[in-house]
Design a protein around this ligand. Structure first.
Ligand SMILES: C[S@@+](CC[C@H](N)C(=O)[O-])C[C@H]1O[C@@H](n2cnc3c(N)ncnc32)[C@H](O)[C@@H]1O
Length: 244
């Protein structure tokens, strides 16, 4: 997969993409990331990256010309047409379903906004969709773009050493993940649940599943209700859940 990122702050990305699974995916040529500074498409007195909003109001708005010019130039850098997304608090929420969808794309072009946001015409002219990383406002789209790339990289086949861990983690089956423990078996009187030391794999699976369901029910009733609605076909028949 190729990911292009268009940003006013290209220097923010290098360190983040130099570690962990993203690094491994890049080294294994599963993921190519190219970061492009928007100022490359701004020049001269009337080609600033931002300007005051029409109609008045606080802050500045990112201008449409450099954004469109940047997206058009970056599109042409590879024959694969990219799925273009503007990171935006009013966008489609990034959840594990959308992450899987994005991970199946050959190419993404992510645009990071700044200031009060971007000139609305950019969306129509570029065909960009909007993606949000949560119901809060950050000062720029760079960290959301990093979040998206990190989540997508984990799903690229071969990027995570033990592919089971991706299949089993939170949200992959609509539930939050169970708790984890490692040595020692007891620390300051706090013991690891005995079933995990029993060697009974079926019992361990059942225990973890029950814990996943209980945690989801307690902490995320929205996810729990969706999981219950998803029907018994997608659930472990060994566990009887109750409706909230
Ligand atoms: C200060 S924010 C603009 C917020 C905008 N005025 C609003 O109220 O929706 C600047 C940029 O940060 C990025 N951003 C902020 N919060 C985000 C979020 N939750 N998800 C994705 N991008 C976000 C977007 O690219 C946005 O254009």
């Amino acid at each position: 997969m190729r990911v292009d990122i268009l940003t006013l702050f290209p220097g923010m990305f290098a360190e983040v993409f130099r570690h962990g699974i993203v690094r491994r995916a890049r080294e294994a040529d599963l993921l190519r990331i190219e970061v492009h500074g928007l100022t490359r498409w701004t020049s001269g007195r009337f080609q600033l990256a931002d300007d005051a909003p029409y109609g008045g109001g606080p802050g500045m708005v990112m201008r449409v010309e450099p954004l469109v010019a940047g997206v058009e130039a970056i599109r042409g850098l590879d024959p694969a047409p990219p799925r273009v997304a503007l990171l935006s608090p009013r966008g489609r929420p990034l959840d594990q379903g959308l992450v899987s969808e994005l991970a199946a794309e050959p190419r993404l072009l992510l645009v990071a906004g700044r200031y009060e946001g971007v000139d609305e015409r950019f969306l129509d002219l570029s065909g960009a969709e909007e993606i949000s990383v949560g119901d809060y406002v950050l000062s720029g789209g760079e960290i959301p773009a990093m979040v998206l790339v990190d989540a997508v990289a984990r799903l690229l086949p071969g990027a995570v050493g033990d592919s089971e861990s991706v299949v089993r983690e939170s949200f992959s089956d609509g539930l939050l993940e169970h708790a984890h423990y490692t040595r020692p078996a007891e620390f300051r009187g706090a013991r690891v649940p005995p079933v995990l030391l029993s060697g009974d794999h079926a019992a361990v699976r059942r225990f973890r599943r029950e814990q996943s369901v209980a945690l989801t029910r307690e902490r995320r009733p929205d996810l729990y209700a969706a999981w219950v609605r998803s029907g018994p076909g997608s659930r472990d028949s060994s566990f009887q859940e109750t409706t909230p």
